[in-house]
Design a protein around this ligand. Structure first.
Ligand SMILES: [Zn+2]
Length: 255
């Protein structure tokens, strides 16, 4: 059985107290204030509470139809358990989880691994396109603008089992593909590690001007640090962090 992740999802709820102006988080009992509201006292009220500690939120929308009672509807966050390879999981949720649970990465399908690597590259400043799945030896990810060189690069992803290392054959294949595509840099990203001969070969190729970049598990682990959505506990929140959270709330509202 695959490992699982617990995440917040929205669900309809019947809890709609009409004069509720503060909320207590039902998951961790933290008091939350009405962080956001709009159209207050006109045709409708809209409130959103978010627990600063665990991420729970509750939204209520009151409408005031002419000559009829207030209509209140509410939605709240509830915790659901998903398979780590579930397509219902946002890549940011997956990345945040894998940052601390790297070995769960081995439960991902090769395609999901490609999607993750693509997102990691994008968040690390590259402009990327995830290609369609093919069986003809095409590349997995095209980098239209490489962060380092500003040029065109390709990325091959290999989600190998924990015990398997990448041999020199994969490096030779990558070189062939890079030449074929006219790529300035070619990246090979793996969930595991490279054999000594594969690393030597990449060094030799670099000395001869071929930009081959091998990224092993430790490199990927470092790159996963771009997923930084987890909140620190309340007592550790600095003023800067509080400001940052407030800004995130504002951004969420504008989406
Ligand atoms: Zn909470």
């Amino acid at each position: 059985m695959n490992p699982t992740i617990v995440v917040w999802r929205s669900s309809q709820t019947g809890r709609c107290e009409p004069n509720l102006f503060t909320a207590i988080c039902p998951y961790c009992a933290t008091a939350t204030g009405p962080l956001e509201f709009r159209e207050f006292m006109t045709v409708s009220n809209w409130f959103r509470w978010r627990c600063p500690l665990c991420g729970w939120w509750y939204e209520r929308h009151d409408r005031f139809p002419a000559d009829s009672p207030i209509v209140s509807t509410a939605t709240e966050a509830c915790l659901v358990t998903l398979d780590v390879d579930s397509p219902s999981l946002a890549i940011v949720e997956l990345g945040t989880h894998l940052k601390r649970n790297y070995s769960d990465l081995f439960a991902l399908s090769p395609r999901r691994f490609e999607q993750l690597v693509c997102d990691v590259f994008r968040r690390n400043g590259h402009e990327v396109i995830l290609t369609q799945q093919t069986r003809d030896g095409g590349v997995d990810i095209i980098v239209t603008k490489d962060r380092q060189t500003g040029g065109f690069s390709i990325v091959e992803c290999k989600r190998y089992a924990k015990t398997r290392t990448i041999g020199v054959g994969a490096v030779r294949m990558l070189l062939g593909t890079a030449i074929d595509w006219g790529a300035q840099t070619a990246y090979l990203v793996t969930s595991t590690n490279f054999s000594g001969i594969a690393l030597e070969k990449a060094d030799q190729l670099r000395e001869r001007g071929y930009m081959i970049e091998l990224m092993a598990a430790s490199d990927l682990c470092l790159m996963l640090q771009v997923y930084n959505t987890a909140l620190p506990t309340l007592d550790k929140l600095t003023d800067d962090a509080r400001r940052e959270i407030a800004e995130h709330n504002l951004q969420d509202r504008s989406r």
